[in-house]
Write a protein that binds this ligand. Structure first.
Ligand SMILES: Nc1ncnc2c1ncn2[C@@H]1O[C@H](COP(=O)(O)OP(=O)(O)O)[C@@H](O)[C@H]1O
Ligand SMILES: CC(C)(COP(=O)(O)O)[C@@H](O)C(=O)NCCC(=O)O
Ligand SMILES: [K+]
Length: 244
């Protein structure tokens, strides 16, 4: 049994693979690693390896590693961004500083499509591009929908909203103004970048969309895209498969 874990700033997502049998799950972790790891580690079969792509920080990674060793007797394999891997070239001055979720998603995108655009609608909304030669062209990091809403409500005295279905039209209540405004801002940003990148790469360059808000945001995307909710886990599993 192999275990793959994608640790983001809000959610921990996991995949257990035993031969052809796959089980997956995930949820918000609130940095309570013991609780967040309980379900992925609850397997009657022994683990042969545990692979982790984490952007939760060094302290979290140390704690997660210790909990996994306690539960499995294994040293978890933490994969971090590097200069070159799987034909992808990392453009960052310090390769390791690139979020490994972005890195493994780019690897998976490049291996499947050559050139591609990755939109990760998570705690942060990131957009990254890789060309047909594997050059990571760069990207953007902006607050995700949840973070935008939290910040707006935290830093204003009289903006109060409940849950609501967002559209792109003019809001006619506080809730609609907030929900529709945040959605439209996020969709407009992604659309602007995709249109420009499709002029630079190719007008049929695939756009892979992942992350907790992918369904909500992509419902309003005016361009064609490919929803890939497990892109980070897929990329991590590809990396792990190389190391026997
Ligand atoms: N600060 C926040 N307040 C409320 N919701 C948030 C906040 N940060 C993230 N979220 C929500 O949690 C989910 C995180 O997306 P996901 O991609 O699953 O996690 P991660 O960013 O941890 O990889 C998104 O649906 C996002 O809207
Ligand atoms: C940009 C991110 C916060 C996105 O993480 P997430 O929203 O999935 O929690 C993460 O990729 C990260 O911590 N990156 C490090 C900085 C960088 O990529 O430049
Ligand atoms: K993520």
């Amino acid at each position: 049994m192999k275990l793959f874990i994608d640790v983001g700033n809000t959610a921990l997502k996991w995949r257990r693979r035993g031969g052809d049998n796959i089980e997956q799950g995930g949820g918000t972790h609130r940095r309570d690693w013991e609780t967040a790891l309980r379900e992925p580690l609850a397997s009657s079969q022994p683990f042969e390896s545990v692979w982790i792509a984490s952007v939760a920080g060094a302290e979290a990674d140390a704690r997660i590693g210790a909990l996994i060793s306690e539960a499995t007797g294994l040293a978890a394999e933490f994969y971090y961004s590097v200069r070159n891997d799987f034909g992808v070239h990392n453009c960052y001055p310090e390769a390791r500083r690139l979020g490994v979720d972005r890195w493994v998603a780019l690897i998976e995108c490049h291996r499947r499509h050559g050139a591609g655009i990755v939109v990760d609608c998570g705690s942060a909304l990131t957009i990254d591009a890789v060309d047909e030669n594997g050059a990571f062209l760069g990207g953007y990091i902006v607050p995700g929908l949840g973070m935008l809403r939290t910040a707006l409500l935290r830093d204003t005295a009289d903006v109060h909203v409940g849950p609501g279905q967002a559209g792109l039209g003019l809001g006619q209540s506080t809730g609609e103004c907030v929900h529709n405004g945040l959605l439209r801002m996020s969709v407009a940003f992604v659309t602007d970048v995709v249109v420009e990148l499709r002029e630079r790469l190719s007008d049929t360059c695939p756009v892979l969309v992942t992350g907790g808000d992918a369904r909500e945001l992509s419902a309003s995307f005016p361009f064609d895209f490919d929803l890939q909710p497990d892109l980070v886990l897929d990329g991590l599993e590809r990396v792990a498969a190389r190391q026997k």
